[in-house]
Design a protein around this ligand. Structure first.
Ligand code: ZN
Length: 185
């Protein structure tokens, strides 16, 4: 179930970026994608965190019935981009639900497989969607092979991905590591 759910999430992200003006080997404009989906993006600080570190939320029907994604303004640009991509994932994949509130998104990726599966397939899907939207697998694979052939150090490749795709080095590391795992397993 989870395997197919992840596949579906990645495919949805691929389908979505193929409809935009995104150029290969560069960053994805998450704001452009939100505009196309008629989603409004708001930035601010979350007043009541209920003891959680909230980084973003998605409300399907906000003011004027327009969907809203809210992100924490004090987060880094990279983190905000990941949060927006993650919330777009909820909208595209689970949009029939009223709202999602997310805390510590990247931490979700870190959970081990079994607990993550038990915890929340939707969160895994939203993270996989976000990763694919920001770092399309085919591009990253091609890039990694090219860099590997030229003898470039993997940490340098990760830094380049992080800079060119405007993602955190953590997100780039997770992407590269997961690709390496599929190659060597
Ligand atoms: Zn989420």
């Amino acid at each position: 179930m989870t395997r197919n759910a992840i596949k579906a999430a990645k495919k949805a992200a691929g389908d979505l970026i193929s409809k935009t003006s995104r150029k290969a080997y560069t960053f994805t404009d998450v704001h452009e994608i939100a505009r196309r989906l008629n989603i409004e993006i708001l930035e601010g600080e979350f007043r009541d965190n209920f003891g959680r570190n909230i980084s973003g939320l998605m409300k399907v029907s906000g003011k004027n019935g327009k969907p809203i994604i809210a992100v924490k303004s004090s987060d880094s640009e990279e983190r905000k981009r990941f949060t927006i991509a993650h919330e777009i994932g909820h909208f595209v994949l689970h949009g029939n639900e009223l709202s999602h509130v997310d805390s510590d998104l990247e931490a979700v990726i870190y959970r081990d497989k079994s607990s993550a599966m038990a915890t929340n397939t939707k969160e895994i899907q939203a993270n996989q969607f976000a990763a694919e939207l920001l770092m399309p697998t085919d591009e990253i694979k091609t890039l990694m092979l090219k860099k590997q052939k030229s003898g470039e150090d993997i940490t340098k490749t990760i830094t380049e991905i992080s800079e060119n795709y405007k993602v955190s080095s953590l997100a780039a590391t997770i992407k590269v590591t997961s690709l390496l795992n599929t190659w060597y397993s």
